[in-house]
Ligand binder design. Structure first.
Ligand code: COA
Ligand code: ZN
Length: 300
């Protein structure tokens, strides 16, 4: 996830820097990269160059280059940019949907249906992200019945094959993860689930392992752990991708990702942004080999 990280940074990286990061992430062995977002440039100026990033990057065969898409206009841009996958976003919470996407959940679902239809015609893969699946920064608890309703409607009404349950506000905890994942698996037969955790309250990796125990094998991370939703007050970034890869590898789940390369790319991002990041394995190194030398990139 480059997208979730960069959308919340004060310093806007140049298009060239973003392209470099995407290419390095792909070279480290990641197989799905959320490159950017085709959202309103007024809503997220940090990602206003999404079209140029897609156009300029060199693509590796086998890597899925995805983008966040909130509406039909975004899908038109995603098709023009030849994104591999559109990640259609809505929130399980009415208040968060209105704050983040400036429309009702019902209007978002309609937008997702239209966008998915266009993607289908263009031969593009679609997935959905359901924000606030474990709680809402404005409404608090989001009832399980609401999660099920919107997952079912995404699957049945919009034909979405894969849903990412997003802990936008960092309110998930392992028992809740198992409860929500289990109920969605029961209610939406055949759905592919992914989990997107923010480490806001330090429970990100614990939640990943709860997800694994429930049979989920797709998890989002953010390079160096940067980011957070601008409409989830206090929210911090996703789990740092290197911490996620390290935790999975030491626990016997091979990821196919070159952890050292990922750490070096995370350090390059720190350099580009000009501040430290939450990544932990980036500081300490993997458990038996110690720290990796800092990355010396040209300033800028
Ligand atoms: N890409 C680029 N421009 C877009 C766009 C898109 N996907 N969707 C709408 N716009 C433009 C419209 O063309 C219009 O431009 P104009 O004023 O020059 O005519 C303007 O934005 C307003 O369009 P409207 O449909 O009224 O959008 P809105 O202001 O109600 O905003 C969203 C709705 C969904 C586009 C906006 O809230 C958004 O992009 N949110 C994403 C927030 C986000 O990424 N959050 C973090 C990730 S979860
Ligand atoms: Zn997020």
């Amino acid at each position: 996830m480059l997208r979730d990280g960069l959308q919340n940074e004060d310093r806007v990286l140049s298009t060239e820097r973003k392209i470099e990061l995407v290419e390095r992430l792909a070279a480290s062995g990641l197989r799905r990269i959320e490159v950017s977002a085709f959202v309103s440039p007024r809503a997220v100026p940090q990602l206003a160059d999404a079209d140029a990033v897609f156009q300029g990057m060199v693509r590796r065969p086998g890597v899925i280059y995805a983008a966040l898409v909130p509406n039909l206009r975004g899908m038109e841009r995603a098709v023009a940019a030849r994104a591999d996958e559109a990640n259609l976003v809505m929130s399980a919470s009415e208040s968060h949907n209105r704050a983040n996407l400036r429309m009702s959940r019902e209007a978002s679902l309609q937008a997702i249906r239209e966008a998915a239809a266009l993607a289908g015609a263009a031969g593009m893969r679609v997935a959905a992200s359901l924000s606030c699946s474990f709680g809402c920064p404005f409404e608090g608890e989001v009832p399980g019945a609401e999660i099920l309703t919107w997952c079912r409607r995404l699957q049945d009404d919009a034909g979405i094959p894969s849903i990412s349950l997003c802990d936008t506000s960092g309110m998930a905890y392992p028992a809740l993860v198992k409860e929500v994942v289990g109920s969605v698996q029961d209610a939406c037969r055949g759905i592919t689930l992914a989990l997107h955790f923010h480490n806001t309250r330090g429970l990100g990796l614990a939640n990943v392992f709860a997800g694994l125990e429930s049979g989920v094998i797709r998890f989002d991370g953010a390079l160096a752990g940067i980011g957070g939703c601008p409409y989830a007050p206090g929210a911090t970034g996703n789990i740092c991708t290197a911490d996620l890869v390290h935790a999975l590898e030491v626990s016997g789940f091979p990821t196919g990702v070159d952890l050292d390369a990922l750490i070096i790319t995370g350090k390059a991002l720190e350099n580009f942004l000009g501040h430290a990041t939450p990544g932990q394995v980036m500081k300490a190194g993997r458990r038996l080999s110690g720290p990796i030398a800092p990355h010396h990139a040209p300033a800028g």
